[in-house]
Ligand binder design. Structure first.
Ligand code: KG4
Ligand code: ZN
Length: 345
């Protein structure tokens, strides 16, 4: 079957999103509702609350996405939905809705791994087709992984975080600095007026051969740096901005450093991609672009394609179907924890 237009649903955390994507690349309509403002003061997502918000948003979001695409459900070729990992209550709202609509509208249903969605997000609205083999960083609030892929659904996990995810490190750092959740955008904004060389944070795993990541030490360093500030440092008006810029720089340098190590080991890689919420970070984008001259360095074309969205799920479904035919309408379980390595070949 030649899939053309897929409705992608993503409800794994605090975003409720629906999008219609043609051929895994062209976004015809996308809508994202978020309950994140409710968590600005809590420092993170409250799962039960997020699930209730998902329930309230899912149907209006689907209707609006179809409207934005100028389509009715009869124009869809399939429905795709995030099956995991994520918050179980939030995930279930998406998968139960998708199962019901697939039965009602008589459409094939495809369960998609959330991270495969992020890995697919660089294809959305991309003017040219990326070339494999690709080294892809996927860094969000829930995971930080480095993949070497020879096709959309074929690849090896080279490294992953041993403790906090990169986005989680932004969120926890922001909380220490008194900034709201989600921490990444808040730190990014404050860092614009700060000096990243003011405070030196150690580069994690610098002397290890591993391609894994570790962020918890940086968060602890930030905590002790703030505890041990001198009276002069405390009196500086730029203190918070300098802390934000230095901390952001340390997090980004660690990501870039592991990617450089990976390229030394896999020199045949043609392109470098960065995906997930953290790939929205302007400083990371600048560092990556200048660190790998001579190679195509790509990010999702729009910031909304970095953070959780339904379009990346539709794209991943399209690529899974074209590369792994048998997965179309294969039964799937909704699961809060789900290693992507099991889903790739
Ligand atoms: O991919 P995503 O929307 O959701 C998960 O799958 O977790 O990523 C959310 C994470 C949050 O931790 C948030 O702080 C981080 O991505 N993030 C950023 C930026 N925008 C979002 N981190 C750094 N800079 C940003 N501009
Ligand atoms: Zn995500």
């Amino acid at each position: 079957m030649n899939l053309m237009r897929i409705l992608g649903l993503e409800t794994s955390c605090d975003e409720t999103s629906a999008a219609i994507v043609e051929n895994g690349t062209r976004v015809l309509g996308i809508v994202i509702a978020s309950s994140r403002d409710a968590f600005a003061r809590s420092g993170g997502v409250i799962p039960e609350y997020a699930a209730r918000e998902q329930l309230a948003s899912i149907h209006p979001v689907i209707d609006q996405a179809l409207q934005a695409a100028g389509m009715g459900h009869e124009d869809l070729d399939a429905i795709a939905v995030t099956r995991g990992p994520g918050l179980l209550g939030s995930l279930l709202v998406g998968t139960v809705t998708a199962r019901a609509l697939a039965a009602l509208w008589k459409k094939p249903l495809i369960g998609v791994h959330h991270t495969l969605g992020h890995l697919s997000s660089t294809w959305l609205d991309c003017p040219d087709a990326p070339l494999f083999p690709i080294l892809t960083l996927s860094a969000s609030g829930g995971h930080t992984e480095l993949w070497l892929r020879t096709a959309h659904t074929k690849g090896r996990l080279l490294g992953r975080t041993r403790d906090d995810a990169a986005g989680e490190a932004f969120d926890k750092g922001a909380s220490l600095l008194g900034l709201p959740y989600p921490g990444g955008p808040a730190i990014g904004r404050l860092a614009e007026s700060g000096n990243p060389s003011t405070f030196a944070f150690p580069l994690p795993l610098a002397h290890e051969e591993t391609l894994d990541f570790s962020f918890s030490g940086l968060k602890t360093s930030l905590k002790y740096t703030m505890r041990d500030l001198t009276p002069d440092q405390r009196a500086r008006p730029s203190l918070l901005a300098d802390l934000a810029a230095s901390y952001q720089n340390a997090l980004c340098m660690h990501l870039v450093d592991r990617m450089k190590h990976a390229l030394e080991q896999y020199p045949d890689v043609t392109e470098i991609h960065a995906t997930g919420g953290v790939a929205a970070n302007t400083h990371l984008r600048a560092l990556l672009t200048k660190s790998f001259p001579g190679r195509a360095v790509r990010f999702p074309q729009k910031i909304v394609y970095c953070t959780d969205n339904g379009a990346m799920i539709a794209a991943a479904a399209e690529f899974s179907c074209s590369e792994q035919q048998e997965r179309l309408s294969a039964p799937f379980m909704t699961s809060a924890s789900l290693p992507l390595a099991d889903a790739l070949r």
